[in-house]
Design a protein around this ligand. Sequence first.
Ligand code: FMN
Length: 364
Amino acid sequence: MSFWQRLTKPFWVLAPMEDVTDSVFRRMVISVGRPDVCFTEFTNIDSIIHAFNTSPLTPLLNSGEGNKRREVLSSVPALQRLVFSEIERPIVAQIWGVDPEKFYEAGQIIKKMGFDGVDINLGCPVKDVVKIGACAAMIGNTSRVAEIIAAVRESGLPVSVKTRIGYDRIITEEWIDFLLGQKLAVITIHGRTAREMSKVSNRWEEIGKAVAIRDGLMHVTNPSSSAFPSDGTPSVRFVSYAFAGRTLIIGNGDVKSVEHAEEMVEKYGVDGVMIGRGVLENIGCFREFSNRNYQFTKIERTELLKKHLRMWGETWGENKNFSVLKKYVKVYVRDFEGSREMREKLVAAKDYSGLVSLVDSYQM
Ligand SMILES: Cc1cc2nc3c(=O)[nH]c(=O)nc-3n(C[C@H](O)[C@H](O)[C@H](O)COP(=O)(O)O)c2cc1C
């Protein structure tokens, strides 16, 4: 049984967000309100394989524990996205690419790194990845996707996919029906096509449809069901459908709070909900029920930013782009009187130490 099956339902997941949900941000989110599962940012399989095979530091990766491993990984830019610490478990590495053989190799590396699960990105609609046939461009390409999933499953880790309801038109039924036959631990569904990007509102009813398909298959796996083969030799399709009933479905899109997530669970029957941008608006969105509506004070928000900056320095040193760090200012410096002015001053900082001293100049 994988960690996914052991989660208490419904469960809440922190969405993968490139240049946002790195190890430092995930630890910050956890420190104020823990999601049940975290994902890494999506990481290209070719970069993983290249960095892993060519970095002179790679041998240290397997010999080193904890801090040592982090030190090694954070100094190799292509592997920074795969840095994590124990507190972030269960942690799922999200990967993307095109070639099934490389997916196999990347899966083996992810396993060696100690991840709890591996997720295949079949949903990113960004031009650069779609034009090489990766991510959302694979929606509907059943033969390639089946090969990729089988290759990643060789890692022995629970395999999940994150996808959309179609590429340029909605194909929820056929796409989800296909995915449910692939022995996946989890399917995360964003309720828009790739073409729609974020221009229309999330179609939760399509996600509900996917749940109904899965639940229909659960029914089929019941031996008393009329669909159970009478000669006692279930077909391959039937056997994989038996697994399909165990595939969990996570809904994703436009959910801003756990209250809202609970409503979606109630209405559409998903096993869990993944929240992305909602965390940027309210870093405490995964807090315990009694604390959910707690408003952080200006002092607390500034202290959180200081903590983020400290952890950033400890984890990345000089190895990460400062422009990425500046984006977090908005996550903390908001929702109090004078926050806009303070934000404007802080984002004018030229480098890490400049930002640290500016934040420190706000005496509380
Ligand atoms: C800045 C940003 C970066 C993202 N990066 C990824 C990524 O690396 N992998 C992925 O599967 N989705 C990525 N997404 C999509 C989110 O995981 C999520 O599906 C999307 O934001 C919708 O959920 P939300 O409405 O809760 O934000 C990204 C979204 C944003 C806003």
